[in-house]
Design a binder for this molecule. Structure first.
Ligand code: NAD
Ligand code: IPM
Ligand code: MN
Length: 348
């Protein structure tokens, strides 16, 4: 039994999570996994009506009563400071110590790649998820005056860097991927990224069977576009990994198809599509639910339901091949129509 907390959130979050749930119901119906699901209301509506972002009681329940959290998206134009989203999403990442943000970049249908020529893209981004610029360290002085000063500090600990780098190498070895690439900016920001380079070098020497390389992130972004098939596992600091993962997503079909897993292996996991709440298309039925469904597949795989996960992935691949697509992928199906099709494909 896998106990799953569903947090639909804002904008297209509830729209894509409804379809992920439909597909998970199908997984159960097909006898592929047993799931117990409970939905949480946290998001902008809940915050605006109650003043609560993520209460302590809810946090404790999410931490103690569930094996996994499946989240849609958080972010709403009515909350311009984004404080509820930070408390919910970043709050869970930090407080559950979900230090790995794993973001697969895999080309599932040839026409989804915007690059010329035949492409074979299949790599994984390991984004550090608890340090860097995201800790909130820093502050603003003399706000609103001409002398205003703002400081955001990027923070790296040897321990924190080492565990994500090691996880990246271990994943590469386990999956038979040949190369681990570090993306950093040690030439311009030597303190933090110098530490990254030292630790990366040390850990790499423990994995002599794997190829390792360090790349400045600007050139790495270029390389993502020029030769994406070179990469196996790409590991990067939080902010750089965030940026690289949208670029990676765009190489293989865009935000609609990109899944992610925020994990502390063996302890906690929060699974979510890479995309946000997409206020520009919310409520139009145009949101692609595949990123959410593939995130559910990552969740199932992490909880021993490998067959169920494989079934979801195969269903998405078939849908793509047969043109069962939302408009972002050149199709004319609605969010719900794609979700229904995937659910049927899982049962068949
Ligand atoms: P976004 O990912 O929401 O949207 C970027 C573009 O991609 C938009 O044009 C959108 O229409 C498109 N898009 C995204 N998901 C799609 C899908 N499933 N199907 C089809 N098209 C899709 O990024 P943004 O516009 O920068 O952010 C909007 C809000 O979401 C902000 O409040 C932001 O902070 C938040 N956000 C949340 C998360 C999260 O919850 N994990 C992630 C990113 C952004
Ligand atoms: C993501 C998002 C978040 C991040 C935002 C919404 C805070 O962009 O999950 O990629 O920067 O981590
Ligand atoms: Mn992002």
């Amino acid at each position: 039994m896998i106990r799953v907390a569903l947090v639909p959130g804002d904008g297209i979050g509830p729209e894509v999570l409804r379809e992920a749930r439909r597909v998970l119901d199908a997984v159960q119906e097909a006898g592929l996994a047993e799931l117990e699901m409970e939905t949480f209301p946290h998001g902008a509506d809940h915050y605006l009506s109650t003043g609560e972002t993520l209460g302590e009681e809810t946090f404790v329940r999410l931490r103690d009563d569930f094996d996994a959290i499946l989240l849609g998206a958080v972010g709403d134009p009515r909350v311009p400071g984004n404080e509820h989203a930070r408390d919910i999403l970043l709050g869970l990442r930090f407080r559950l110590d979900l230090f790995i943000n794993l973001r697969p970049v895999r080309l599932r249908a040839p026409d989804l790649c915007p690059l010329k020529g035949e492409r074979d893209i299949d790599f994984v981004i390991f984004r550090e998820n608890t340090e860097g610029f995201y800790t909130g360290s820093g502050g603003v002085l003399r706000e609103g005056t001409p002398g205003e000063v703002a400081v955001s500090e990027s923070l790296a600990t040897r321990w924190g860097v080492e565990r994500i780098v090691r996880a990246a190498f271990e994943r590469a070895r386990a999956e038979g991927r040949e190369r681990v690439t570090l993306g950093d900016k040690a030439n311009a920001v030597p303190h933090v990224y110098g530490l990254w380079r030292r630790v990366f070098g040390e850990v790499a020497s423990e994995f002599p069977d794997l190829e390792s390389e360090m790349r400045y992130v600007d050139a790495l972004a270029m390389e993502f576009v020029r030769a994406p098939e070179r990469f196996g596992v790409v590991v990067a600091e939080n902010l750089l990994g965030d940026i690289l993962s949208d670029l990676g997503a765009e190489l293989v079909g865009g935000m609609g198809v990109a899944p992610s897993a925020n994990v502390n292996p063996g302890k906690h996991g929060l699974y979510e599509p890479v995309h946000g709440s997409a206020p520009d298309i919310a409520g139009t039925g145009r949101a692609n639910p595949m990123g959410a469904v593939l995130s559910a597949a990552l969740m199932l795989a992490d909880h021993g339901a490998d067959r169920a996960a494989a079934r979801l992935e195969a269903a998405v691949d078939r849908a793509l091949a047969e043109g069962v697509r939302t408009p972002d992928l050149g199709g004319d199906r609605t969010t719900a129509a794609v979700g229904e099709w995937l659910a049927r494909a899982v049962i068949d």
